[in-house]
Design a protein around this ligand. Structure first.
Ligand SMILES: Nc1nc2c(c(=O)[nH]1)N[C@H]1C(S)=C(S)[C@@H](COP(=O)(O)OP(=O)(O)OC[C@H]3O[C@@H](n4cnc5c(=O)[nH]c(N)nc54)[C@H](O)[C@@H]3O)O[C@H]1N2
Ligand SMILES: Nc1nc2c(c(=O)[nH]1)N[C@H]1C(S)=C(S)[C@@H](COP(=O)(O)OP(=O)(O)OC[C@H]3O[C@@H](n4cnc5c(=O)[nH]c(N)nc54)[C@H](O)[C@@H]3O)O[C@H]1N2
Ligand code: SF4
Ligand SMILES: [Mo]
Length: 740
């Protein structure tokens, strides 16, 4: 038996875990790490199942190659040779834009995902780079990009010090938060109320987060931007603004807001005008306050506007970049994202729909168009790292068909699932406990400054490749160095480039050294660890990997301090309140004021024991309340004469779904979780309770215009009663999501 500590790599909460392993390496218990200064022993059911997930018998242990429709385990050399031939033949015949890459959600968590994403994108030399950002938080990047000049300058609510938190379209009691890393988010919300603060939740469902709140307000899906504009208008009209940072565009903002008085927006968003006015007054009057919004106000048609207006309120109420308000984390690593010029979108556009690039990528909502539409630049090959697009992308079934038509596809993924089944080659990363872990990205959005590194717990087996080596070899292949080039050479090149810069930075710990000397001073057992050591030494606290190894429970780096000035990159040198690209959204919102809302709107919901599409194979995490059902208000069930199941039809597709009547949801709104619909997967437990693919209903042709982000919430649907004669009918009606 031995006890080890590491950070949970699953969601954004970065909880410290304490694991017990027997001498075969089998995990006998997982508990929260009480000595972690940030998570203080908190753990959720997903973290507690990390051992089962890690030991999942359906995890791939060797590369797979598909030949004549059959899967074969092959050696790594053969796998990389197949990738080399497959990608080379597409590039030679059709050029580099014919290869697309997708970086899925886990690449935001893994060290390899962080280190090799840019080099892989650059060596592919394609405009067709996609990631989970455009099915998630791209509206936030766009809003921050235009307001602060820096799309990675993302403020987080100062959760532990605020007196008033307005949560819009987030359910941290189940998701544990996102773009706001806060282990035990629910406990922090309880603490807020205990110290006399107020919590208000705006959501079309009375969620578990709403149950923790002082007040819950129902909002019609997709209309938060109207509600937020109503608050902005009130703050300005009643002269409640107390701006504490230097801003540009206040008069423009005032003009835009005039069209969105609480009386005007109330019928659209469904929140009574007097409550909108009261929210504005409370936010202004609270000693400190913060507006926090996520998926329910991001993956919507006016997602960028909602993200923009949320921070406008933080600024107008004097709650920006000051304790208790919305603040910027100071991570332990060097800020590698600081842009050299003010942010803008559209450095290139997608070929078929002409959608603008943002932070180097194109919207996932147009990937199927790029694959299916013939012509020069058509996508014919895909490199997919840690993604399950068939279940995660809008219009998933169309993408399912599109992927089947590719000339070549390679996936880096531990599972043969709905998406990777289309690959020619699947390259499996090692088990979770065999990987080192550092949250390069999540530690830039923690609610306290904090850092923690977890070395691998179990060694690689002989001949097994780390995810870093897999990624490095892919990069070497696409940059023409062949299938057997040495990945260590690439790592040295990347580190060497960083150090070359660092030796020239005045005041840097490497200043004046020659690069070989600087390199010799680094610690780390792999490329990503060497990179981490470099970024820590260049970071604001002057830490090193050795410091982190000496503190296995993590290091508290203190509460947030004001630091807007370090991050601002606008041309004006001030915060832009109404930059033109965001002001345009006011025009689109104005047009929408006159359009009557659809009768029924579909939204999603996260479940405590799910994680997007890939945790349903762990028996301890399925069953009970974690099922793929449609939440619907009982009045709607009666009104429409519905039985146990219902046909849900959208502009894009149709599903048969079991109903779960629940008076916590607004009448006229139904909720279906995503990540289900397990079909033709080799995840045997998941396939047994497959559920349906919510993204058979979402529509890839509808996007949040400035960001190109997918719309998952506020999808118009029709509910059609059914009387099922037999279970077979269900399958007949849902060909795209029926279990294999
Ligand atoms: N309808 C609807 N759709 C949604 C959402 C919604 O709310 N509603 N949410 C969206 C959001 S916010 C997100 S982030 C996306 C997520 O969508 P994706 O980016 O597709 O991510 P996951 O569904 O988490 O799939 C992760 C994949 O990575 C694999 N994987 C797991 N661990 C590792 C690892 O360590 N290395 C590698 N290489 N692979 C690994 C898993 O096997 C799985 O195939 O879904 C989006 N889709
Ligand atoms: N357990 C669990 N945790 C997760 C994940 C998971 O799949 N499972 N996924 C992780 C990922 S990738 C992400 S991005 C985060 C997401 O974290 P959250 O954003 O907190 O997660 P959701 O449950 O999608 O919360 C969205 C909420 O918005 C509400 N909503 C829907 N439409 C609207 C609307 O139009 N307006 C308003 N105001 N509300 C609306 C929904 O009812 C829901 O309660 O969670 C992360 N953590
Ligand atoms: S909340 Fe997230 S990070 Fe914490 S234990 Fe659960 S899955 Fe892991
Ligand atoms: Mo996400």
């Amino acid at each position: 038996m031995r006890t080890v500590h590491r950070t949970c790599p699953l969601c954004d909460a970065v909880c410290g875990l304490r694991l017990t392993l027997d001498d075969t390496g089998h995990v006998t218990s997982v508990k929260g790490d009480p000595d972690d200064p940030f998570s203080k022993g908190f753990i959720c059911p997903k973290g507690a199942s990390l051992g089962r997930l890690d030991e999942d018998p359906d995890r791939l242990r060797a590369p797979l190659v598909r030949k004549n429709g059959e899967w074969h385990e092959v050696s790594w050399d053969e796998a990389f040779q197949t990738v080399d031939q497959g990608l080379k033949s597409v590039i030679d015949a059709h050029g580099r834009d014919a290869v697309a890459a997708y970086f899925g959600n886990p690449t935001f968590h893994t060290m390899a995902g962080f280190m090799y994403r840019m080099p892989l994108s650059q060596s592919l030399g394609t405009r067709n780079i996609f990631s989970a950002s455009t099915i998630d938080q791209m509206p936030k990047h766009v809003a921050c990009g235009y307001m602060f000049g820096n799309p990675m300058a993302i403020p987080v609510p100062d959760l532990d010090r605020t007196d008033y938190l307005l949560v819009i379209g987030a359910n941290p009691a189940e998701s544990n938060g996102s773009l706001c890393a806060a282990p035990d988010f629910p406990g922090r919300l309880k603490a807020l109320r205990k110290r006399g603060g107020k919590l208000v939740v705006v959501d079309p469902r009375r969620t578990r987060t709403a149950d923790l709140a002082d007040e819950h307000l129902f909002v019609r899906p997709g209309t938060d931007a109207f509600l937020l504009f109503g608050i902005v208008q009130t703050l300005l009209a009643e002269d409640l603004a107390t701006i504490g940072v230097e801003v540009e565009g206040l008069e423009d903002l005032r003009r835009l807001a005039e069209d969105f008085t609480p009386q005007i927006v109330s019928p659209v968003c469904g929140v009574p005008a007097e409550k909108i006015v009261r929210l504005a007054r409370e936010l202004a009057a609270a000693p400190t306050a913060a507006v926090y919004s996520r998926i329910g106000a991001s993956t919507v048609e006016f997602g960028t506007a909602a993200q923009w207006l949320g921070d406008v309120i933080n600024i107008l109420t004097g709650n920006f970049d000051r304790p208790g308000g919305a603040m910027f984390t100071k991570a332990a690593t060097l800020d590698v994202f600081r842009p050299s010029e003010p942010y803008s979108t559209g450095h290139w556009h997608s070929r078929v729909r002409g959608l603008p690039e943002s932070i180097g990528e194109l919207p996932v909502a147009t990937l199927a168009d790029e694959i299916e539409t013939p012509g020069e630049g058509q996508v014919r090959a895909l490199v997919s790292i840690a993604g399950n697009l068939v279940l995660s992308a809008p219009g998933g079934p169309r993408l399912d068909r599109a992927l089947a038509g590719l000339d070549f596809m390679v996936c880096v993924d531990p599972y043969l699932n709905e998406t990777t089944r289309h690959a020619n080659v699947i390259l499996p990363p090692p088990r979770i406990l065999q990987m080192p872990h550092y949250d390069f990205l999540l530690l830039t959005v923690t609610v306290r400054n904090y850092t923690r590194f977890s070395p691998p717990i179990l060694p690689l087996e002989p001949g097994q490749l780390s995810e870093a080596e897999i990624m490095a070899r892919l990069i070497l292949i696409v940059s023409g160095q062949g299938a057997d080039a040495d990945p260590a050479g690439l790592d040295e090149f990347i580190i060497g480039q960083m150090l070359t810069g660092a030796t020239q930075i005045p005041g840097s710990p490497f200043e004046g050294m020659d690069v070989a000397e600087a390199r010799a001073s680094l610690d780390g057992d792999s490329g990503p660890e060497l990179m981490l050591d470099t970024m820590l030494r260049l970071g604001p606290y002057g830490l090193s990997l050795a410091d982190l190894l000496a503190n296995p429970h993590g290091i508290d780096l203190g509460p947030h301090q004001p630091r807007l000035q370090e991050l601002l990159t606008t041309a004006s040198g001030r915060v832009e309140l109404a930059p033109p690209r965001l002001a345009e959204e006011a025009g689109r919102l104005r047009e929408r004021l006159a359009v009557p809302p659809p009768e029924t709107l579909l939204i999603g919901r996260r479940q405590l024991r799910s994680l997007n599409s890939w945790l349903h194979n762990v028996p301890t995490l399925t069953g009970g309340s974690n099922r793929c059902t449609l939440h619907i208000h009982p009045d709607d069930v009666t009104r429409l004469g519905l039985g146990e199941q219902v046909i849900v039809r959208s502009a894009n597709g149709e599903l048969v779904v079991p109903l779960e009547p629940n008076d916590a949801i607004m009448p006229g709104v139904v909720s279906l979780p995503h990540g289900w619909g397990h079909a033709r997967t080799r995840q045997l437990h998941a396939a047994e309770h497959a559920g349906v693919n919510a993204n058979a209903l979402t529509d890839e042709s509808v996007i949040d215009v400035p960001s190109g982000n997918a719309v998952f919430n506020g999808v118009p649907v029709t509910l059609i009663p059914i009387e099922l004669e037999s279970a077979d009918d269900t399958e007949l009606r849902v060909p795209s999501s029926a279990p294999a």
